[in-house]
Design a protein around this ligand. Sequence first.
Ligand code: 9D3
Length: 251
Amino acid sequence: MRIDAITLFPDMFGVVRDAGVTGRAHAQGLWSLNTWNPRDFTHDAHRTVDDRPYGGGPGMVMMAEPLTQAVAEIRRARALQALPGAPVILLSPTGQQFTQRSACALAQSSGAIFVCGRYEGVDQRFIDNQVDEQWSLGDFVISGGELAALAMIDAAVRLLPGALNHGESSLQDSFQDALSGLLDSPHYTRPEIYNGERVPAVLMSGNHALISRWRREQSLRLTLRNRPDLIEQARAQGLLGPLDEKFLASC
Ligand code: 9D3
């Protein structure tokens, strides 16, 4: 998977390229990353990438020309390596919300060209002519597209075959667990007693049927409390059995 990112802050991408699971996957050659600074596609002395909004209003708008030139350069670079075309994805607070489904789709593709906005937004003519999709991280405001792109890259890369150790299963994660559709249950490790608090006895019992049922009930309780929408979804998909319903009724 090849990721290209157009960004005024290329240093921010060092984190995902160099650290943790995504850093190891990068070192293994499972994915590659190239950053492109719009300032390098300007021609004026001040290397201007933004200007004031027509019609007035606060803040600045990213100009179409440097972004368009960057996309053209990325397409040339990809073609030179005989790589297939990649969608241009603008990170935007007005985009479609990114989900685990989006992460799976990205992980199964040959990559994407991420455009990270800064300031108030991007000239609409660039969006109309160059952008295939717009993705948002969720309903909150961050200062630019970079942190959103980093989160999305991380979410996709960890799904690449070979990215996780055997121990680090992505299958049991919340949302990824296609079988349950519930949030993950709590975890405990050594010591057995910490600050006077014991690990739940069931986890020490060696009874795996009992442990499974306990984890299921913890998942149900947590999901009901924090994400009742996911309980509804699981119910609609027929993922809750009579034992689950009985337990939920007792919560
Ligand atoms: C008052 C209008 N603001 C929109 C809510 C202006 C504005 C704020 C922040 C315009 C752009 C930004 C920068 N944010 C992103 O580029 C961004 C983002 C986000 O803020 N939230 C969630 N996902 C994303 S993806 C890119």
